[in-house]
Design a binder for this molecule. Sequence first.
Ligand code: HEC
Ligand code: HEC
Length: 349
Amino acid sequence: MKTARSIMLLALVLVLASFAGSNKYFVITAEDVAFKVPDGFPKPVYDFSSNHPSPEVFILGRKLFYDPILSRDSTISCASCHQRLFAFGHIDHALSHGINGLIGTRNVPPLQNLAWNPAFMWDGGVNHIEMQPLSPLTNPLEMGETLSHILLKLRQNEHYRKDFQAAWHDTVINTERMLKALAQFTGLMISCNSRYDKYIRGADTFSAIEKNGLAFFRQKCATCHTEPLFTNNAYRNNGIRPDTALNDSGRGRITGTMSDNYMFKVPGLRNVERTYPYMHDGRIRNLRSVLDHYADPNQFDTRASPEMRRIGVLSKDQKDALYAFLLTLTDKEFIYDKRFIDPFIDTVK
Ligand code: HEC
Ligand code: HEC
C-alpha cells in the first residue's frame, strides 16, 4: 500500500515537473489557480465549479488574452486595451482603440474581481463572464473577427493544438473551450491586498488623513461605491452631463426604459489611482478632478441619482482626505502578480 502510494506521489511530482519545464515563463501550480473567496468578500456570482481552474487551462487563457491572433489583422489582443500595470485598464486615451486605429465609444474599464460582477460593460449589456469576450472579438471597432475564423486560426496553429490538448486531454478546439479558458484567466484577476484591505484585516495602519477619508467615503460615497468591492452593482447617474457627440444613453440602451437613460454601472474603485482617465467616456483625466466634480452639486446634471444629494459641497480638506483614502485602494500585489504577466514578451524578474 505504502509503496503504491509513494509511486503515485512520485508520478505526480514527475508530471508536475515536466509541466513546469515546458512553461519557461513561470511555473503555475494548482495552488496558484485555486479560487479562494478573500476574507470579507461576498459569495461570488461566477461559479468556478463549472469551469474548474487548472494550470493548463489558465495558461491557455493567458496566452489567448495576450495573443493578437484573435483579431482580424493580428494587431490587437485583449491586452492591447487591458494593460496589466494599470489594473488591466488603459491609460493613454479616453476611448478604446481597436484594429486599424479605429476609435471605440467607451473608456476601457479595469479588469478585477470580475467573478463578483452580475453584469459587465458600463451598461451591464453582458451578463456572463464567459460570454463577455464575444463582444470585443466581433466588434468591428475592436478586434473585428468572426468566431469561425478565430477557431480556424487556432486549429491551424501547432502550438494551440498542443495547448488545448494539454488543457482538455483531447483534440477538440471550440468556442466554449476558448471562452472558458479566457474566463479562468480573467476570473482569477482578484484584487484583495491593497493597503485598505490590510487595514481592514488589522495588518496595516492608516494615517489620520486616510482614516478621515475612509469616514467621509462611508458617509458620502459608499451607498453606491459599497465596500468591499466598492460598487453596489447598480446603474446610477453620478451627475456628469451627457456628451452630445457620443450621445451614449447607457443602461437605457439595454433595457429600453426611459428612466434608465444616462445611467451607468457604478464602477468598483479598486486601483483607481492607476485607472485614469475616468468615467465611461474617459472624460475626466485625473482623480483630483473627479473629486472636484463630486464637490460641486450645483454642476450636477438634473438626472443625478438621489444618493448624490448626500454628498453636499465638499471642502478642500474633505477632498484631500478622500484623495488620500482612494490611494489606499492601490493593490500592488495584484498589479505585479507574476501569474498575469504577458507570456510573449515580459520577462519574469
Ligand atoms: C479595442 C479595445 C478592447 C479590446 C481589444 C478588448 N476590450 Fe475588453 N473592454 C473594452 C471596453 C471599451 C470595454 C467597456 C465596453 C462597454 O462598456 O461597452 C471593455 C469591457 C470588458 C470587460 C467588462 C469589464 C467590466 O467590469 O464590466 C471584460 C471582462 C473585458 N472587456 C475583457 C476583454 C477580453 C477577454 C478581451 C479579449 C478577447 C477584450 N476585453 C478585448 C475594450 C477592449
Ligand atoms: C449615485 C451613486 C454614486 C455616488 C453617491 C458616488 N458615485 Fe462615484 N460613480 C458613480 C457612477 C455611476 C460612476 C460612473 C459614471 C459614468 O461613467 O458615467 C462613478 C464613477 C466614479 C469614479 C470614476 C471611476 C472610473 O473607473 O472611471 C470615481 C473615482 C468615483 N466615482 C468616486 C466617487 C467618490 C469619491 C464619491 C463620493 C464623494 C462617489 N464616487 C459617489 C456613482 C456614484
